[in-house]
Each structure stands twice: as structure tokens, then as C-alpha cells.
Design a protein around this ligand. Sequence first.
Ligand code: SAM
Ligand code: SF4
Length: 458
Amino acid sequence: MVTATSPYQGYVYAYPHKTAYRPLDPRPPLRRVWEGEPMDSLSLYLHIPFCEMRCGFCNLFTRTGAPDELVAAYLDALERQAGAVREALDAALDSASGAAPGAPGGAPGGPVFAVAAVGGGTPTYLSAAELTRLFDLAERTMGVDLRTVPLSVETSPATATADRLAVLAERGTTRISIGVQSFIDAEARAAVRPQRRAEVEAALGRIREAGFETLNLDLIYGIDGQDARSWRHSLDAALAWKPEEIYLYPLYVRPLTGLGRRARDWDDHRLGLYRRGRDHLLAAGYEQVSMRMFRLPDPARTAAPAHTTGYCCQSDGMVGLGCGARSYTSALHYSHEYAVGTRQVRAIIDDYVRLAPGDFTAANVGFRLGDDERRRRHLIQSLLQAEGLDPAAYRARFGTEATADFGSEFDRLAARGWLETDAGWPRLTAEGLAHSDAIGPALFSGAVRELMAGYEAR
Ligand SMILES: C[S@@+](CC[C@H](N)C(=O)[O-])C[C@H]1O[C@@H](n2cnc3c(N)ncnc32)[C@H](O)[C@@H]1O
Ligand code: SF4
């Protein structure tokens, strides 16, 4: 474990990774999958797999140039899926005892959603009228009271138009997240992300005018031609907007030119830019939440659990709707099919829009989590946050000590100077956080690693 040399093995935003999912045979009915699961604090995730451009670095489940008819057909299918899933959740609740009927954030007697997010792709590829339809579906069919729960929506500079932002604000969006990547046009071009700074600035102006509680801005480091100076320039341009959150992403697609031929040079370059970026944001008063995430301290923010802050889709109890969306229960993570290649993504979306309500009542592909994997998931997801692993929370959840279950992992990380334990509370050091993308994958179980290695990319 932790023998990898590159600090950039992979971004662990969820465990297990989707490439560890396999077809479920027989396909378990959702009403059984959700039976006995707590349903008083669920998260809802809606996936919109459309973009106006395909950026060179992006491997998310999305396609470009979707015609209006396809978008309309997609929303139709989403509605059929929402109806089928809501029915399954209700049936699961009916057959279980101890449900929490009528709690805030949900329809009386139904599942209660405590947080919602719309991601992609680019959700604002949808028109204002289509976004209205999407929110109606979340409220009427899923029973989410969008105005009372944190609601996060992703957008892009070209699609963050005033009419769409007005719909988002009016329907209760609390957090808006925009991909900027770089404030330098030549760098945006080098990342195959055709956009102009003027367009980015105008979009940020419209977002601030619409008045969302939290603005998040994504930046990327490691772009061809980017250096310490130009990185600082982008960071300062971002800071001028005083965004409540900033995400710094290392680029994962290696530039074809520059930096010589050695992978090591690129690693060192990215690590150098990361450190500069981190230090610059810390000096500007931001706090580091994880390797990628920085936020302005908010005295009004009480110690809210990560899954209620609107950016995190990683907790148990997540209902994902749409093509490419994952859903989590404590025992099963599942989704529809998954692909990245342009042709396959298009084919999967084309299939999805033809599905009948009955096709949405069972899980297709997934991963079953036993107690060991649940512990490991908890370990990975806590340790990769700057806050570290709360030993009492771990004990309360699993009835054992994290230090007993993962003692050898902690020892190896500590030996590299990547982990320190303070009064029994393990957390990554600054260097550990810098190496999150090596530490995360190194903590995967053998079984997950094997499944991921056996996954045939489509
Ligand atoms: C769904 S997009 C954000 C919203 C919108 N689609 C946009 O691009 O403006 C998610 C973010 O993930 C980051 N990202 C995706 N793939 C990446 C990669 N391979 N390397 C670095 N960052 C990546 C980008 O910063 C991007 O803004
Ligand atoms: S970065 Fe955003 S706009 Fe670009 S392809 Fe990915 S999801 Fe689409």
C-alpha cells in the first residue's frame, strides 16, 4: 500500500468507483433495495448529460449538440423514472416500520429529502422552461421541498444566462457551481475549452446579480502553457469575485507538448502549482476542506454534516435520477449503464429516453457493500477531508475502533509523513492532503481494485 510514486493516481470522489459496478443478475427490485433503509434524510441527484462543448480534459457522462427533441425526450424519461422510483420508495417505506412521516423537506408520509443537487454535464444546457420542468418533477414527483433544503446546481459560462439563473434562484438554488478552469483565453484553448474571459466575467456578474448564497468556481492546474505566474493570475481573477467556494482540480489529461517527456516532470509541475494555489487561497482567508475544495469561513455555518452542504453526493441514502446517475443505499450502490466514449454515451442516452416506467423499477448494474467495504468507504471518505476521521463517529457507526480496523494503513501513511493522530483523531497532514489522489486509491480493497482492473472501458 502507498507505494505509488505519482501523486496523481485518481480522483476518489466516491467509493467504490463506478468501474467496480457489474450487471446485477437477477436485477433487484428497487422496493426491496430500499426496504429498511433510513428515508428521513435522503439526497436527490439529477443528472443532465448535455453540454454545449466537449472539453478536452473531461470524462464525465455527457454529450454535446443534443437537439431540442432529445432534451424533451430526456425530460420525459426522467419523469417516468422519477415516478417509478418514488413508487418504489413509498412501497419500501410501507413495508418497513419506523419511517419518519411528515418531517420537513418532504411530502407527508413519503421519503424525506434533506438535500438536492443537479449536475452534469451542464444542467443549464436546459432552457429556462426546461429547468422549470425539471424542478417541478423534483418537487411534485419526488416530493422534495426545494425551497427548504440546500440545492446545488452546476452551470457553465455560456449557459449561465439571466433567464435561466432567474429560474434557479426562484426555485431555491442555494449553491451555484461554475466551471471556469482558467481566466486566460490561451489556456482555455489549450485545455480544449473554447471560451473567452469576457464571457466568464459576464457570467459571474449575472450569477452575483441573481444572488445565490454560495458561488463555487472551478479552476484547473497543469494546463499546457500554464506557469506559476499565469496560475496566480487566474487565482486572483477568481478571488476578485470573493466566491464562497473554490475548487482546484489537477488536470488529468497530459498535454502533448511542453514539460519534456518525463511524467515525473508533469507531476512535479502540478504539485508545485497545487502548493502555490493552496497557499494563495489560505493567505486570502479560505479554509481547506479537502485537496480540491477551499471555502470562506462562515460564522453562520454550524458544524453541518458534509452531505447537507450541497456539494457532496457521497453519503448513504442518495437517489440518483437520469442517465449515468448513481444511487446509494447502505448495502448497494447502483446505476444504469456507464460509458465515456462519445458513441457509447450517445447510444446509452438514446436507449434511456425509450425506457418505459417498468424499466426503472429495478437496479441494473451495481456493487454490494458488506460491512468491510462500508468501513473502508467511511475511512476513505473521511480521511480525504481535511477534518479527518472522527473516531467517535466511526465507533458509533461500526462498534469498533478505526485504529484497530485500519491500524496498518494508518501506520504506513504516518511513516511517510502523510498522517498524524491527535488525541486518537487521524487526519492527513498538509503533505498527505497534497497526495490525496495517491492515498485514496491505495486504500481501496483488493476486491474493488480487481473489479476496476477488469473493467472494459467503453
Ligand atoms: C460538471 S463540470 C462543471 C460545470 C460545467 N459543465 C462547466 O464545465 O462549466 C465539473 C468540473 O470538473 C472539473 N473536471 C472535470 N474533468 C476534469 C479533468 N479530467 N481534470 C481536471 N478537472 C476536471 C472541471 O473543473 C469542471 O468544471
Ligand atoms: S467540463 Fe463541463 S462543459 Fe466541459 S465537457 Fe465537462 S461537463 Fe461539459
